[in-house]
Design a protein around this ligand. Structure first.
Ligand SMILES: *Cc1c(COP(=O)(O)O)cnc(C)c1O
Length: 427
């Protein structure tokens, strides 16, 4: 046995599982090369933005209180605006998560009597209460913003005729979710999103378009802001935080939209001028710097998993060969035991909390039990290797992340090992 094989063996991975993985890897070299090229492009883009804005040690100084004249915060927002090629950006720890960033973007730019349109079907779970699809205090519906939705066609493409019919004189803002989230539809490429934006604006030129970019950042060399989105929005404990950001969200877009977002986030009149950085600037800058390669590693992990599980008869979404536009991989394991074994493997491979055993539990707000595996440095971070899913047919786990490709690989091998150990797979 090689030294690596021996080391893996002491960690619980059998030679058979390791060799099965190596065989799959042989077929993936070209795809991994392409991912590395995209990472190289995005790395250069991030460095160029940091150089242009003269990032220096002064940007990392902590501020407290009101945070007036916070050089680090203001400059980080300029860096984000340059990376996303937008006029402006709002990026700060006062945006608590992705849902919060999306809520700020929507509520800042929709007024009573306006209508919001989703031309890509039902939005992500947490957005449903924000919009008021499921009633909630302080939803947009409570403030008199109406909502319309056009579902995707059966083949997962846009229903252009339905969208044309849905856009009316009240339609103020169109929301497009890039990633599939926990739905079974495909994730859209940035190019597809650009076509949809162009179509909506051809019908109503002054309509605003927001893209929920969660899990999509740096998977391609262009972002939704490059193809006409007025606001591109996401979470810093996913892709663009690079695993280092301990909190935060971003909104990149036009000056007009982003300044409204700032007034909504803090207060009318105050806007972007207040919001101390609390000493988090190094993590936010350095996380953005690492993000292109972190995302590349996570994407390799997702592809590796699909190429391990699909030949064993498990349905994978996306499948083993199709092109990717986010870092999420769904694997349909077909049974509760399968989901438990898979999640045990992801947990056992983690650098943090590897001794914990994930079990299905009744999570508030869900009808079915949910299982989650996460051994993360940042609580709840899903750019770190993590897996979860509701215990119901088709018993799919959704997994994503991995701060390094080597860790993602270990986690996936470990998941396979636990499946083998449970007698659910024969190699
Ligand atoms: C994760 C996610 C969100 C919400 O982000 P949180 O940080 O969990 O609030 C919104 N939309 C999509 C598509 C997501 O994947």
């Amino acid at each position: 046995m090689t030294e690596l094989l021996e080391l893996y063996n002491t960690m619980g991975i059998s030679p058979a599982v390791y060799q099965y993985g190596e065989k799959a890897l042989l077929t993936l070299k070209e795809r991994f090369d392409t991912i590395d090229q995209i990472a190289e492009h995005n790395q250069a883009k991030v460095i160029a933005a940091m150089q242009k804005n003269r990032v220096s040690a002064a940007c990392f100084a902590a501020t407290t209180g009101y945070g007036y004249d916070d050089v680090g915060r203001d400059n980080l927002e300029k860096v984000y605006a340059d990376v996303f090629h937008t006029e402006a950006a709002l990026v700060r720890p006062q945006i608590t998560c992705g849902t919060h960033a999306l809520t700020v973007a929507l509520s800042a730019n929709l007024l009573p009597g306006d209508e919001l349109l989703s031309p890509v079907g039902l939005p992500y779970d947490t957005l449903q209460e924000v919009i008021g699809i499921r009633p909630s205090a302080c939803s947009l519906a409570e403030y008199g913003v109406t909502y319309r939705q056009v579902d995707l066609l059966a083949d997962g493409t846009f229903d252009y005729e339905g969208i044309r019919a849905a856009i009316n004189e009240k339609t103020k803002l169109v929301t497009i979710q890039r990633s599939k989230g926990y739905a079974t539809r495909p994730t859209f490429s940035v190019k597809q999103i650009g076509q949809l934006i162009a179509f909506c604006k051809s019908i109503k030129p002054d309509v605003l378009v927001m893209v929920d970019n969660c899990y999509g950042e740096f998977v391609e060399t262009i972002e939704p802001s490059d193809v006409g989105a007025d606001m591109t929005v996401g979470s810093l404990i996913k892709n663009p935080g690079g695993g280092l950001a301990p909190i935060g969200g971003y909104i990149c877009g036009t000056e007009a939209c982003v300044s409204r977002c700032a007034y909504r986030l803090s207060a009318p009149g105050l806007g972007q001028e207040v919001g101390a950085n609390l000493g988090l600037m190094t993590s936010l800058y350095q996380g953005l710097f690492l993000a292109p390669t972190v995302v590349a590693g996570a994407e390799k992990g997702a592809i590796f998993a699909a190429n391990l599980y699909e030949p064993l008869g498990f349905k994978c979404v996306p499948n083993a060969t199709e092109s990717r536009h986010d870092i999420i991989q769904a694997v349909e394991l077909g049974s509760e035991e399968g989901m438990i074994a898979f999640c045990k493997g992801i947990q056992a491979a983690a650098p943090v909390d590897s001794f914990a055993t994930p079990m299905p539990w009744d999570m508030p707000g869900y009808n079915d039990k949910v299982i989650m595996a996460a051994g993360a440095f940042v609580q709840g971070s899903s750019i770190e290797l993590s897996a979860d899913g509701p215990i119901r047919p088709p018993y799919a786990v959704y997994f994503q992340g991995g701060l390094t490709w080597c860790h993602a690989k270990l986690g996936i091998l470990m998941s396979l090992q636990k499946m083998v150990d449970a007698g659910l797979i024969k190699l």
